[in-house]
Design a binder for this molecule. Structure first.
Ligand code: NAD
Length: 347
C-alpha cells in the first residue's frame, strides 16, 4: 500500500431518491469488530475520524460484526468527529447475531435498534438494513421486522430502511415483499469485483427503476483481492481463492497492489451510489480514498492499466463465480456450479 496525496474533493452521488448525497467510497466497519483479525481499537477509532475528515460520509456496521464490537469502536470514532453528526450517515443492521443466529422477530428487532443506538452513541440511525435475509424465510422476516422498523421511522429514530445479502434473488424478493417505497437502500457484497459484475448487470437496473439506493460492498471480495489474502472463514470455493492468489501475485510482479486495482476497477465501473471498503487503520483510509478519487475521474492509465489487464486475464476462468449462501430457495441458482447446487440441496 502506498501513500498518495489527496488532491481532489470527495465525489458524491445521490442516495437513491432520498435527497441525501453520499461519498463514492463508504467506511465498512466490519474489520473494527475483529472480523479480519485483531485490531487496535484506538487506531480504528482514529481511522473513523480521519475518514470523516477526508470526506467519507457513510459508515456501515452491524451488531453481528464482532458481536457488538464493531458498533462500539465505530461509536468511539464517531464521538471524535470534527463535523456535526448530521453530516454523516450511520448505517447498521438487524436480524443477524451470530454465524447461524438469526432473529427478525418484532421484539428482537426493537431491542436490536435500541442496543445499536446505545453502542454507536447516536440518537438516530440513518439506515437500518435487514441483515443477510437469505438465511431465513424472507416473507416471514419482512412481515415481522418491517413494521418494527417503520415504527422507529415514524418516531424519527430511523431515516431509511434497507436490506443486505449475497444472492441477488433474495434481495429482489425482500424488495417485492416489502412493497413499493418501503425499502430505500439495497446492499450487495462481493458482486461488483474484478471477477463478478452481476450486481451492476442484474440488480442495479431494477433498483434504479424503483428509486432504491444501490450500495456496493466488499470490492476486495472480503480479502480475496488483497496481497494478504482472505481470512480462514472465507466461504469462496478453492478455485476462486487460487485464481485470486494468482492475480495478486501477478500484480505484485508488476509492482502493483491488487487491492488498489480491484478498488479502482469496482468504483470506476459501478453505478452504485457508494462502495463500502472494510478499513481499520488510517493508512488504509488514506490509500483507499486516494484510489477512489482517481477512479472517479476514470484515470485507468499505466501502470495500473497493465496490472488490470493481467489480473483480469488471471481471473477469466472464475468470471461470475460466487458461492451458496442461506436457504436453497433464496439462492441465485443460475450462478452456482452443479457441485455447489448439490451441496446446497444436501444441507
Ligand atoms: P472488503 O472487500 O472491503 O475487504 C476488507 C479487507 O481488505 C480487510 O481485511 C481490510 O483490512 C482490507 N483492506 C482494505 N483496504 C485495503 C488496502 N488498500 N490494501 C490492502 N488491504 C485492504 O470486505 P468487507 O470489509 O467485508 O466489505 C466492506 C464492508 O461492507 C464491510 O465492512 C461491511 O460494512 C459491509 N458488508 C456488508 C455485508 C452484509 O450486509 N451482508 C457483507 C459484506 C460486507
Amino acid at each position: 500500500m502506498h501513500q498518495r496525496a489527496v488532491r481532489e474533493r470527495m465525489p458524491t452521488r445521490e442516495f437513491g431518491s432520498t435527497g441525501a448525497q453520499v461519498s463514492i467510497i463508504g467506511f465498512g466497519a466490519s474489520p473494527l469488530g475483529g472480523v479480519f483479525g485483531e485490531v487496535d481499537e484506538e487506531e480504528g477509532a482514529e481511522a473513523v475520524r480521519e475518514a470523516a475528515n477526508m470526506g467519507i460520509n457513510l459508515f456501515d456496521t452491524s451488531p453481528f460484526y464482532g458481536l457488538g464490537e464493531s458498533e462500539r469502536v465505530l461509536g468511539k470514532g464517531l464521538a471524535r468527529l470534527d463535523r456535526p453528526r448530521e453530516e454523516v450517515m450511520v448505517c447498521t443492521k438487524v436480524g443477524r447475531y451470530g454465524q447461524s443466529e438469526f432473529d427478525f422477530s418484532r421484539e428482537r428487532v426493537e431491542r436490536s435498534v435500541e442496543e445499536s443506538m446505545a453502542r454507536l452513541g447516536v440518537s438516530y440511525l440513518d439506515v437500518v438494513h435487514l441483515h443477510d435475509v437469505e438465511f431465513v424465510s424472507i416473507e416471514r422476516a419482512v412481515t415481522h421486522a418491517l413494521p418494527a422498523l417503520q415504527r422507529y421511522q415514524q418516531e424519527g429514530k430511523i431515516r431509511f430502511i434497507g436490506c443486505s445479502g449475497l444472492p441477488l434473488t433474495a434481495l429482489r424478493r425482500v424488495i417485492s415483499t416489502a412493497g413499493p417505497g418501503a425499502i430505500a437502500a439495497c446492499l450487495s457484497y462481493c458482486r461488483s469485483t474484478l471477477f463478478d459484475s452481476s450486481f451492476d448487470s442484474q440488480l442495479i437496473p431494477h433498483l434504479e427503476s424503483s428509486s432504491i439506493a444501490p450500495i456496493n460492498a466488499s470490492p476486495l471480495a472480503m480479502g480475496l483481492l488483497t496481497r494478504q489474502g482472505p481470512p480462514p472463514w472465507h466461504p469462496a470455493p478453492d478455485q476462486l481463492k487460487l485464481a485470486c492468489r494468482d492475480a495478486a501475485d501477478k500484480c505484485d510482479h508488476l509492482g502493483a497492489d491488487i487491492a488498489d486495482i480491484a478498488l479502482r476497477a469496482s468504483i470506476s465501473r459501478t453505478r452504485a451510489c457508494t462502495t463500502l471498503v472494510g478499513m481499520a487503520s488510517r493508512e488504509e483510509v488514506r490509500a483507499n480514498i486516494a484510489t477512489a478519487q482517481e477512479a472517479a475521474l476514470k484515470r485507468l492509465v499505466e501502470p495500473e492499466l497493465t496490472a488490470f489487464r493481467v489480473a483480469d486475464s488471471a481471473l477469466e476462468p472464475v468470471r461470475g463465480m460466487t458461492w451458496p449462501s442461506g436457504l436453497p430457495e433464496n439462492n441465485d441458482r443460475d450462478f452456482l456450479t452443479p457441485e455447489q447446487l448439490r451441496q446446497l440441496d444436501c444441507h
